[in-house]
Design a protein around this ligand. Structure first.
Ligand code: SF4
Ligand code: SF4
Length: 281
């Protein structure tokens, strides 16, 4: 889900860190719910979002899949996203009063908006002016995956925040600290998770696009142990191997229930397993 735009066209030309002040605060949105509808499949969910929705709402992944979320292919990888209601095309969690019915469990992209994330090599992830670099993005509300077009893909890097200036119509926004706006506990761990997930997905996408040789793919066993079956062939992934990679990710990061408690420890364990299973370790 990439389009080529200049960051200067869609932002105020600045990149922000978590301790910076940014003119993003919409107050309580004053009855507006413009960004909770018409997003298509652009509000892509990450494992923390699924943790929040399953543990916080007491629903299984399968129950969410009934009418709240759906699966779509994003740059070759199958990922969940918020589902729009048929008819009025609004988020399934928007209530009749036009308010988010899951405010405490809302996904990371909803917490971020109208900010977005801009990914870059780690050594560049420091305060800087934007200088017309071309970017990839996902449209409107999502805005969660920008990176410099001419940077090589890499399995490590960093990100900064930017302000989308054309997406939220609320006038007279006030300044707010980025960390306060994102409203996420343990922000350092959260940012590390965001980074790890982003660059892991990039590696998976690179693998699916056959930019690197395919090592055997190991599926987790039903009981969650690491003793699953391996595919036998090495080389570029066939359709069947691509299906197995996607199945592995779906099972491991989304469908397998999370325990209430330390999400990040559970994620790191699953990520280590996935990296080993996919030959990234
Ligand atoms: S478009 Fe802006 S003001 Fe409206 S709900 Fe979204 S963030 Fe709030
Ligand atoms: S989860 Fe809440 S904030 Fe996010 S799009 Fe749906 S209704 Fe809006």
């Amino acid at each position: 889900m990439r389009r080529h735009v200049s960051l200067e066209e869609i932002s105020d030309g600045r990149l922000y860190g978590k301790n910076d002040m940014v003119r993003a605060c919409t107050g309580d949105c004053r009855g507006c719910s413009a960004c909770c509808g018409g997003m298509g499949n652009s509000v892509i969910l990450d494992p923390l979002d699924i943790y929040r929705l399953t543990v916080g709402l007491g629903l299984t992944f399968e129950e969410l899949m009934a009418d709240k979320i759906e699966l779509n292919v994003v740059d070759g990888v199958i990922l969940p996203n918020l589902k729009m209601s048929t008819g009025n095309e609004t988020c399934a969690f928007l209530d009749e009063a036009g308010r988010c019915s899951i405010h405490a469990q809302r996904p990371g992209i909803c917490r971020l908006f109208p900010l977005g994330r801009y990914y870059m090599p780690e050594e560049e992830a420091k305060p800087m002016a934007v200088s017309g670099s071309r970017t990839e993005d996902s449209p409107q509300r999502s805005a969660g995956s920008f990176r410099t077009e001419d940077s090589p893909r890499r399995s490590a890097g960093g990100f900064r925040y930017f302000l989308q200036v054309h997406e939220c119509p609320m006038p007279n926004k006030t300044k707010v600290k980025v960390s306060k706006w994102i409203d996420t506990p343990e922000l350092d761990r959260y940012e590390r998770f965001v980074n790890d997930w982003h660059y892991f997905l990039e590696d998976v996408q690179k693998r699916l696009e056959a930019e690197q040789p395919c090592a055997p793919i190991r599926q987790p066993a039903e009981d969650g142990s690491a003793d699953g079956a391996e595919s036998e062939r090495r080389g570029q992934p066939t359709d069947e191997e691509a299906r197995k990679i996607n199945l592995l990710l779906l099972k491991l990061f989304f469908a397998r229930p999370y325990e209430e408690g330390d999400f990040y420890a559970q994620f790191e364990e699953r990520l280590a397993f996935a990296k080993e299973a996919l030959g990234f370790a």
